[in-house]
Design a protein around this ligand. Structure first.
Ligand SMILES: Cc1ncc(COP(=O)(O)O)c(C=O)c1O
Length: 370
């Protein structure tokens, strides 16, 4: 594997993260599967974010999948509004739940969905909006939130790339019915692999707990609800009532301990990230690069670079220059560009439909993250 002088990410762990893990591993008969450290991390995370409930899972994609499962469970099958620029699992989770993704182009200054286009694409078949706060930028506007509130539309915020970013001084992940985070190694903080589902709604929380397990009633935290179900299914062993079809998407105690340790450093690291990003943007030549980002409340884990040119040869020269200077990069920003071009969606989008998404197309061809 090629070593870069400026890699996309280097290990975000230090000895202070590993010490509690080593201590646990040295214990006789230590519990390593989901237990008290997972619960402690969930409580700390809820407090940090400002929500009532959090459910720690094994990836951000699992958080996506469970959230969409909950949406389908509550509202039935139908359409889900999604961005053309996002991560693949935001779309996979929709189609795996037999729902239809309705794509929306992004705004260049936030890399998130354009609010007017979202509102235009809402129909009687819309079951929810699955919004991605891309690369540390806030994707919400007052106009969108007022519309969602008025029409009572279910909102899921994907905050996997934007831990600690804010809208109107409130952390992203507080505005939707559910919000999702990822703790994969590449993001603001890490549990190696991991994700979080957050909500203020007790019913959604219980569903997330059931779906994180193998669909088991015993995973519920609401004892009176649990007892009702045990009574209802009296011919089943109380420990083996599989209420909903589900897979195991649990994390473990090592992930929990890493999360606790990393979270303690998150705000301080995010302050450094914010300053670095400002400095980076200030030093970009605005004749060559797009710098007009929505900076208020942003908290980026990487530097987005968007060329102003639409010339592929100039782009190729730029890529060669980055390679020569040992800068690792990803074209298409964090998610690989225009989702509608991806082969896994060939049965869901019409041929050449991707061309309608002009801003996403520009990111696809001329956008990067480093
Ligand atoms: C916006 C977004 N959603 C979801 C995910 C999936 O997270 P994970 O890699 O933990 O599965 C990512 C991953 O990078 C992401 O960027």
């Amino acid at each position: 594997m090629r070593k870069f002088q400026h890699p996309l990410m280097s290990n975000n762990f230090d000895q202070s993260d590993f010490n509690p893990v080593i201590k646990l591993l040295k214990k006789k008969n230590a519990i390593l599967t989901q237990s008290i450290n997972v619960r402690h991390f969930e409580k700390m995370w809820s407090k940090w974010l400002g929500v009532k409930y959090s459910v720690f899972v094994n990836s951000g994609s699992s958080a996506n999948l469970i959230s969409l499962d909950i949406l389908r469970h509550l509202k039935g099958k139908g359409e889900v509004i999604v961005p053309a620029l996002t991560w693949s699992s935001d779309i996979s989770s929709v189609i795996k739940n037999h729902m239809k993704p309705i794509f929306v182009d992004i705004d260049m200054n936030s890399l998130s969905m354009n609010d007017d286009e979202i509102i235009k694409k809402i129909s009687k078949n819309t079951k929810g909006i699955f919004l991605t706060h891309a690369q540390g930028f806030n994707g919400l506007t007052d106009k969108l939130l007022n519309f969602i509130k008025k029409k009572k539309i279910f909102l899921i915020e994907d905050v996997c790339e934007s831990h600690g970013a804010k809208f109107k001084n409130k952390k992203l992940g507080n505005f939707g019915d559910i919000s999702n985070f990822s703790f994969y190694y590449a993001h603001h903080m890490s549990t190696i692999e991991g994700g979080m589902i957050c909500t203020n709604n007790r019913k959604l929380y219980e569903l997330a707990r059931i779906l994180r397990s193998h669909g088991l009633v015993r995973e519920m935290s609401d004892n009176s609800q649990k007892q009702k179900l045990i009574k209802k299914f009296k011919n089943l062993s109380p420990n083996f009532i599989f209420l909903l079809p589900a897979y195991n998407m649990r994390n473990n105690e090592i992930g929990g301990l890493l999360g606790i340790s990393q979270l303690k450093k998150l705000d301080k690291n995010n302050d450094i990230r914010k300053n670095n990003f400002k400095l980076f943007i200030q030093n970009l030549d605005d004749k060559k690069f797009f710098i007009d980002f929505k900076m208020e409340g942003s908290c980026n884990y990487a530097f987005p670079i968007i060329l102003k040119t639409k010339n592929i040869k100039t782009r190729d020269k730029f890529e060669a220059l980055m390679t020569k200077n040992s800068i690792e990069f990803r074209r298409g920003n964090a998610g690989g560009g225009n989702m509608l071009r991806q082969p896994f969606l060939k049965n869901y989008v019409k041929k050449n439909e991707f061309l309608k998404f002009k801003n996403t197309e520009h990111i696809h061809n001329f956008g990067y993250y480093i």
